[in-house]
Design a protein around this ligand. Structure first.
Ligand code: ATP
Length: 199
């Protein structure tokens, strides 16, 4: 599995549609200060489901939409598609190429898609869980992250190992099952109350 390309339109400084191809191996992005290098990693983070504007170096989520310049009008929408090679079937989906899309409008409305089919953010998170490439994974290492990890508490370091070992999806399925069980036992208690009232 590897990132094949990223397509951005209206995202931060990328007002016009831009496609960046990644090859297998290492890709280096070079350019003058302020030319948009970090905006590319922000786009990857965003399309993978980042919900915190701070992690995207902004103060509001709509800061990711092209804000306009003296010569160019602002945009009403930001769209990013990340195309992932899945020929090794590491992602649990029957496609050898997986395109994840996130779109956001100034109204605050967001849309997500997997291979062009609308989906929920949750579906994208579940697809990427335990692969290490989700926003909670460790494939995106921001400045200062390494020293933060080293100085982390034991529980946080344990979370890193759990993500790497691939057991996070089981934890989240267990939590969901426990939530459903709690709701079912609440319902049972209510039914028992009603029955005892009738009797
Ligand atoms: P450095 O080498 O200094 O770290 P960089 O190449 O990583 O710089 P970025 O931080 O990716 O550059 O890009 C910063 C540029 O992106 C700035 O010119 C900023 O004005 C522009 N930018 C950020 N958000 C938006 C937006 N919403 N609309 C328009 N331009 C934006």
């Amino acid at each position: 599995m590897f990132f094949k390309r990223i397509e951005m339109h209206g995202f931060k400084s990328f007002a016009e549609p831009v496609t960046i191809e990644f090859d297998r191996g290492i890709t280096c992005v070079v350019g003058p200060n302020g030319s948009g290098k970090s905006n590319i990693s922000d786009a990857i983070r965003w399309v993978l489901g980042e919900q915190s504007p701070k992690m995207l170096r902004g103060s509001r989520m709509d800061d990711v939409i092209f804000a306009g310049t003296a010569s160019r009008k602002s945009r009403g929408m930001a769209e990013v598609t990340l195309v992932i090679d899945n020929s090794d079937n590491m992602l649990p989906i029957e496609y050898s190429e997986v395109a994840i899309t996130r779109r956001m409008y100034r109204s605050g409305e967001s849309e997500y898609a997997i291979n062009g089919n609308s989906c929920r953010m949750k579906d994208i998170r579940e697809l990427l869980m335990d692969t290490g490439i989700g926003v909670d994974g460790y494939s995106l290492i921001g400045q200062g992250k390494i020293s933060e990890i080293i100085s982390n508490k034991t529980e946080s370091i344990r979370e890193i190992f759990e993500e790497t070992a691939g057991i996070v999806s089981y934890r989240s399925k267990k939590a969901e099952a426990e939530r459903k069980l709690a709701a079912a036992s609440d319902n049972m208690a209510r039914v028992t109350d009603i029955i005892s009232e009738i009797e």
